[in-house]
Design a binder for this molecule. Sequence first.
Ligand SMILES: [Zn+2]
Ligand SMILES: [Zn+2]
Length: 292
Amino acid sequence: MADCLEGDCLKLKRNWIAKAKENPAYREILEIFERLIDLTESSIDQVRPYLKPIPLSAYVEEKFQQGMPLVDRMNFPVPNEPFDSLLDGFLNGLEGIGDSVDRDLERLKEKHRDGTISGQRLINQFVMGSETFLSHLFQIPDINHHLLFLTLRNIFKICLIPFQETLSDELATGWERGECPVCGFHPDMGVLRGEGGKLYLHCAICGHEWRFKRMACPFCGAELQKGLNYLQVEGDDIHRIHLCHFCKRYLKVVDERNLPEGTPLFLDLEELTTLHLDIIADQKGYAPGINV
Ligand SMILES: [Zn+2]
Ligand SMILES: [Zn+2]
């Protein structure tokens, strides 16, 4: 499973956002998110010719079984041309949300023009690993981090579609790592699902979901029989924060079993609209698994 980028599920997603936007604290970020949904949906067809199916060679399959994600980071397939047109389209399409967003968009366009933000540079950072990639994004001072991160992440999501399609359930079964089997990034959310509450992780970049041991930390890999703890807000049995006492990082988790029946779950939106959980974890001295 991965985030919904096109098709019927987007209608449910837009309804979800319309409701969540009633909270003024999330209005602007959700407006950005909503625009990016529209832009992503309309861009997929435009770049479809570049999204070639990824053949699963015996070599890739063997590497995968040894714990390497499907994306070969040294040969990441984002040619500059579609990247530039996607980024142009996204930056122009986000205009008009508010003065501060417009100001940031102008700065980003300037950085795109002078080559600071380019497909090649982004790929180079991506190849070097998620931590470097994410911190690189934030080297533009005083920028709205979420605006930049969400915009670039959506471009990645589009480019990673062929890999999502390559990963069969059968192949994914043996994957036990805390990093995403598709792109190799860390999760930004977890979900407890099905009988007994099996834990699934949600990739911060491509949105892929994969099964993970419930009593382990996805960030440092420590077994948490003794160290696992979690926090919950009184009166909210849907959200919880898993804490790792070893690396002092936390994971926000949704208990899907406690959602009212028929409620759709969008983990990319849950991540954005559960800031109160980040504040609680921060106050207890825990850091997010990835810094967005
Ligand atoms: Zn991923
Ligand atoms: Zn840990």
